[in-house]
Design a protein around this ligand. Structure first.
Ligand SMILES: NC(=O)c1ccc[n+]([C@@H]2O[C@H](COP(=O)([O-])OP(=O)(O)OC[C@H]3O[C@@H](n4cnc5c(N)ncnc54)[C@H](O)[C@@H]3O)[C@@H](O)[C@H]2O)c1
Length: 387
């Protein structure tokens, strides 16, 4: 069984280490910050003890998992690893220098993966002498609980490496989807309109945050409304992802960030973590109450859903991932109530095209352009699932 190396003992690295050790691997965790290493080790012990208390693990297994996770303060300990997953700060220059150093330590057949959310895997791989062994393995937060993992081969990745990584991560009990090395991969790209279109509806004064959240949860079946979700993720983090995706897509207006969110982030109204975001989380605070107007709610829900479907269809059209992987990614990565392409079939592809064209006709903005795939399918009466 491979020995696994994890670089970065922050929230993602620590979670991935726990998953790998639970699957039976010996895991080496390195962080340049000693405090982060100690915190991760204490958290692992706490988390395993909790699982043991709840009866989800027996004591001996919990001890064994802890015993095979080594927290080390030098990369030299990674000499015998078969796979290394990097989960350090989201900075291309720092990641490149770590990959370069790593390659001088590990064996020639060790696979090197990055957990980056927004950087180019090709750019990270370019730091290596053997870029063919590098790929993206993108876990979701918290890695111990979220089932989805995106595997991202770069242009340089050697044939067979992504398949090998997919099989390994599946053996850890995860659901793996394959994505092209493009901004946001699947989930962080296709989900953009959930936030962006909700913000646009708010900015236009069509509805307030509570009404939009109500429409998406009560009428749409989404687990969290967009504003509640943005407050949960953190407005700083959500804004940065949007801005990065926008820049990486060469300023395609479809991904344009919102001033509302930028200002909230600048004000330090980051959401739950600061006690104030779109909502006020102070005890006894007065928050807006949804206007439960079903007609308005249906307009909001249809508009956001159409933009999500359009994004999913375009991701398929641009061959970012397969139909099944796009639907799986959105249901398992962000808990959408249905796969977006299946949802499009249920609504009818022609209806989707009509609704998107109506938005485009109203605003005359490229943001609302209908995916050529939807248009082609509507013309030939095709469906995504052929049912
Ligand atoms: N947090 C998320 O929701 C999430 C989800 C998916 C992917 N990611 C990606 O995972 C990576 C890590 O994110 P995180 O949220 O765990 O970050 P984090 O800030 O919690 O942890 C990063 C850790 O890396 C360490 N570090 C920084 N530079 C280092 C170096 N040169 N060598 C060794 N260790 C170094 C830091 O000390 C810190 O402990 C990023 O690339 C991020 O984009 C994050």
């Amino acid at each position: 069984m491979y020995k696994i190396g994890i670089i970065g003992a922050g929230s993602m690295g620590a979670g991935i280490a726990q998953v790998a050790a639970t699957a039976g691997h010996e895991v080496f965790v390195f962080d340049s910050n000693q405090t982060a290493l100690e915190r991760a080790q204490a958290n692992l012990l706490g988390s395993l003890n909790k699982l043991a208390e709840k009866g989800k693990l027996d004591d001996a297994t919990a001890k064994a998992i802890f015993g095979r996770t080594y927290f080390v303060n030098e990369l030299a300990a990674f000499g015998e690893t078969g796979l290394v997953i990097e989960a350090i700060v989201e900075d291309l220059a720092v990641k490149k220098s770590v990959f370069k150093e790593l390659e001088s330590i590990v064996a020639a057949d060790c696979i090197l993966a990055t957990n980056t959310s927004s950087l180019s895997v090709a750019a990270i791989a370019s730091a290596c002498q053997q870029p063919g062994r590098v790929l993206g393995i993108h876990f979701f937060n918290p890695a111990t609980l979220m089932q989805l993992v995106e595997v991202i081969p770069a242009v340089q990745t050697a044939p067979g490496i992504a398949k090998q990584a997919k099989l390994l991560i599946e053996s850890w009990g995860k659901l793996v989807v394959m994505a092209k090395d493009t901004p946001g991969f699947i989930v962080n790209r296709v989900a953009r309109p959930y936030y962006g279109e909700a913000l646009r509806i708010l900015e236009e004064g069509i509805a307030d945050i509570a009404t939009i959240d109500w429409a998406m949860t009560a009428l749409g079946g989404f687990r969290m409304g967009p504003f509640t979700l943005m407050d949960f993720i953190g407005n700083d983090i959500n804004y940065t992802v949007t801005e990065t995706v926008f820049q990486s897509f060469f300023y395609d207006p479809r991904y344009k960030p919102s001033f509302t969110q930028k200002r909230l982030s600048e004000a330090g109204w980051l959401g739950r973590k600061t006690g104030r975001g779109y909502y006020d989380y102070a005890e006894g605070a007065q928050n807006p109450v949804a206007k439960q107007d079903e007609e308005l709610g249906r307009v909001i829900f249809a508009r956001i859903l159409m933009m999500l479907i359009n994004e999913a269809a375009d991701a398929l059209y641009m061959r970012i991932a397969s139909r099944d992987d796009i639907d799986l990614a959105m249901t398992k990565g962000v808990n959408y109530p249905k796969g977006l392409l299946r949802w499009a079939d249920e609504i009818g592809i022609e209806n989707c095209v009509h609704m998107l064209d109506a938005l485009h006709a109203e605003y005359l903005e490229d943001r609302y352009r209908c995916s050529p795939l939807l248009r082609k399918m509507a013309k030939s009466h095709q469906t995504f699932y052929g049912e």
